[in-house]
Design a protein around this ligand. Structure first.
Ligand SMILES: [Zn+2]
Length: 117
C-alpha cells in the first residue's frame, strides 16, 4: 500500500465518520429553529402577551434525576427544554419541543414530583 492509498483511505474513513455527524447537527439546528419559531407565536399562559420575535428563548438539556424505578422516557420530561422568558411578565417558562408547557407538579400536591429526586 502506497502512502497515497493510505492517505486516501484515511480521508474516506474521516468522511464516513464526519459527514453523518454534520448532517445530524444541521438537522438538529433546523428542528430547534422550527421549534423556536413556533414558540414565538404562542401567548404567555400567565399574562397572555404574545411572545413575538424578540423573545429570549434558550435551549437547554436538563439533568433529570428520576427516582429509583422511573426513567426519563416514561416520565415525559422535556429533553431538550425550551426556556422562554416572557417579554410581558418576565416569567421564564419551560416548554417541550412540541410547544407544550412543562411544569413540575407543585410540592405537596397529590403528584408532588416524587418521581424525581
Ligand atoms: Zn407573560
Amino acid at each position: 500500500m502506497t502512502i497515497t492509498e493510505t492517505v486516501i483511505g484515511v480521508l474516506v474513513i474521516a468522511a464516513v465518520v464526519v459527514v453523518p455527524l454534520v448532517v445530524i447537527q444541521v438537522l438538529g439546528e433546523r428542528k430547534r429553529a422550527r421549534v423556536i419559531a413556533h414558540l414565538r407565536t404562542l401567548a404567555c399562559p400567565r399574562c397572555h402577551s404574545t411572545y413575538g420575535e424578540t423573545t429570549v428563548i434558550r435551549v437547554s438539556r436538563r439533568s433529570w434525576d428520576p427516582a429509583p424505578g422511573y426513567y426519563v422516557a416514561q416520565l415525559d420530561l422535556p429533553d431538550p427544554s425550551y426556556f422562554v422568558t416572557c417579554p410581558g411578565c418576565a416569567e421564564e417558562l419551560e416548554y417541550y419541543g412540541d410547544g407544550r408547557l412543562f411544569e413540575l407538579p407543585d410540592e405537596g400536591s397529590e403528584s408532588d414530583g416524587d418521581f424525581l429526586r
